[in-house]
Design a binder for this molecule. Structure first.
Ligand SMILES: [Zn+2]
Length: 320
């Protein structure tokens, strides 16, 4: 009897010890949120300083400045690493090998809330703040695991589960808002609420003098202006199926079997480049540097539009 009680006490003690160990591991950040491991060793790990454990303000201050100078040198190293990774990080998307993340800098800066070059300590510090919020090790280095998680975050915010519209929910885009005003009638349709949101977005862009858009009126672009015009909107599934039969050599994106364009809520907008909708790297590099694209990255969400990171021209209306 006594022996059995001693055994059960031992079991309870063992369970308690395991619980304490698990809690300590979690509080030290050993439990990684993202299972994807990177090939690159982190340059520096910035350890959080628990200010609450200090008694006086003076101790707070000295702890903070010690932490800050340690952070500065850590972020300098991280900044050097980011400059390299921005150009050279090896990753895969859509079955295709990709190089670097500097192409996506406007979106990255928006996501981590910073306006500084990717080779700067400010950028690295912003990366580390974002890493903390994403429960990743706060290295300040945008390495593969971090980058994959950032992409997953963008992808998770895209349009989901929107129904395909019937004819009563579609409206026709007028010539003045089309990149190609000769687009046939069945190819210029868009879902009604998406179009209303686009008109609000367009009026805001027109009223922003820094974009320098040529206009006919406060709400209308000039014929000669291309930026912000609609390249493509609603595409019926039947149309897409026909395309697939006629152009078996065309790229994956153009022939997606479940395109957001079927919902009438996806807009391809002209944001520059030598081709409005080519995903070639050099074309996208031109597009993501235009004022129009950068303005969309910072403002489209106010009007209910979210980006598809890989296609700078593609915006989806998710509402507000
Ligand atoms: Zn599109």
């Amino acid at each position: 009897m006594l022996r059995r009680r001693r055994e059960s006490l031992a079991v309870i003690a063992l369970i308690a010890a395991l619980l304490v160990a698990a809690a300590v591991a979690a509080s030290r950040g050993y439990v990684r949120y993202n299972p994807i491991q990177s090939d690159d060793a982190p340059v520096a790990r910035v350890l959080p300083v628990a200010l609450s454990s200090f008694d006086t303000d003076a101790e707070h201050e000295s702890a903070r400045s010690a932490s800050s100078s340690a952070s500065n040198s850590a972020f300098a190293a991280a900044a050097t690493r980011n400059a390299a990774l921005g150009a050279s990080l090896d990753w895969t998307f859509g079955g295709k090998r990709q190089r670097g993340w500097s192409l996506y800098l406007p979106l990255i800066e928006r996501t981590i809330d910073v306006d500084a070059g990717s080779d700067s300590a400010d950028f690295a510090q912003a990366v580390s703040r974002w890493q903390k919020s994403a429960r990743l090790p706060a290295t300040g280095v945008l390495d593969r695991a971090d980058w994959m998680q950032m992409i997953a975050g963008w992808q998770s915010r895209r349009l989901k589960g929107a129904p395909y519209p019937d004819a009563s929910q579609l409206v026709s885009i007028p010539d003045s808002e089309l990149y190609d005003p000769n687009r046939p009638a069945e190819m210029r349709m868009v879902e009604r609420t998406t179009y209303a949101a686009y008109k609000r977005l367009l009026a805001a862009a027109i009223s922003n003098p820094s974009l320098g858009l040529k206009t006919k009126s406060e709400v209308e672009l000039a014929d000669s202006e291309k930026f912000f015009k609609v390249v493509s909107a609603y595409r019926s599934k039947a149309h897409q199926d026909r395309l697939r039969r006629e152009q078996p050599e065309a790229g994956r994106a153009a022939l997606a079997t479940r395109s957001p364009h079927f919902t009438g809520r996806a807009l391809d907008l002209y944001v520059g480049g030598y081709d409005p909708v080519s995903s070639k790297d050099d074309n996208r590099a031109l597009q993501t540097q235009t004022k129009a694209y950068k303005w969309l990255v910072r403002n489209a969400e106010r009007f209910g539009f979210r980006p598809y990171f890989y296609e700078p021209w593609h915006w989806e209306y998710v509402g507000n």
